[in-house]
Ligand binder design. Sequence first.
Ligand code: SAH
Ligand code: SF4
Length: 432
Amino acid sequence: MNVYDSERMADALMPSGYMPTDAVEDADMVILNTCHIREKAAEKVYSDLGRLRGLKKRASEEQNRDMLIAVAGCVAQAEGAEITRRAPWVDMVVGPQTYHRLPELVAKIDPEARTRLVDTEFPAEVKFDFLPEEQAPRGPAAFLSVQEGCDKFCSFCVVPYTRGAEFSRPAQQIIAEAKRLAASGSKEITLLGQNVNAWHGEAEDGKSWGLGRLIREMADIEGIERLRYTTSHPLDMDDDLMTAHRDVPALMPYLHLPVQAGSDRILAAMNRRHTADDYLKIIDRLRELVPHIALSGDFIVGFPGETDRDFADTIKLVDTVKYASAYSFKYSARPGTPASSDDAQIDEQVKSERLSALQQLLDAQQLAFNRNCADTKMVVLMEKQAGRDGQLSGRSPFMQSVYVDAPIDEIGKMKQVIITDTRQNSLSGEFV
Ligand code: SAH
Ligand code: SF4
């Protein structure tokens, strides 16, 4: 979602004359769009700000030019005052729900007076109603935020505090944005939300829609060939959404469905409000509907109070599901969340050991899934130039990165590819 938000920040600023640049030292304004989900992500902000301080100083001393520095995103939301205290060279701080105001903030900055602006309120107005339309094409595969924030309050998670309350964009607004993306050449759209499958809306027909219905509607938009959505919560995985995987050819056979842990005791302590068995039932149903669906998940190891036995339950669940890919993290205590004040914090060493055991298993499953694709044909949406000259990369239906030697004018096309090589994190192939 930060990628999407960054694109929208550029949209917001382009009418004031700003253009995106890859050369940070040339920039008149640098926005760090930040993540607060784990401590590691948040810490990175301060080291990046240290580097930007030098660039700002050089722009001023050597070129007599002011470089504005802004911090946006969830670290900005959570630590606005702290940022301006620790990094007084930051000119403005803007939260995830106020970045549509960036042009106003820029206009208010007076470099002589060294004003610092902090706008991290949760405003009554909705940013989507104020952002200008996309100012640049998004490429073959685009993101589209449909839902934001969260009311679930898992005991480890900062999202409800940084992104705010659960909010669904109106269906008509989403469809209009999707049509514009398709018209500008995007063929794949990934619908985004912190709890994307909690999306609900009143449609023009007066009926209440869920995400399954929205996806069915979006699949009819001319030019949209592929749809994905992320991230889902097991509690909101309703049957209409699951059957959409069977009924809607454009909906890709891939689902990222985090479970976090395999122990019911830990799931309860996390306030996930479902059991391991509830999760496995959803997986069974999905596989009944789409036998070849690729599954991905998120896992946290070392949640407060997690015993060896609890961790063994996570391993057991992973063994049962067999993931095509997954993300796993050491529990990170986040300020203000209930779990962070739990006395039973787990030793870092134990967390590291559990993480590496889990990742070993998940890596083996991913490799097995990828190996299984050898010599098969699949449709790949060619997205961009890869690292090596003459090579392009794209995504398989199952979200794997696929590398093909091909000329640059194949970017944006859906191509039949035969898979000739499989690796831990990617595949290679040739056009059929
Ligand atoms: N809404 C999604 C997840 C959003 S956060 C869900 O409920 O599943 C993305 C991922 O970050 C989570 O799935 C979780 O695995 C990880 N995460 C969140 N808070 C964390 C914390 N305090 N420590 C470690 N990992 C965390
Ligand atoms: Fe965080 Fe997801 Fe739980 Fe919401 S449902 S609190 S975003 S982990």
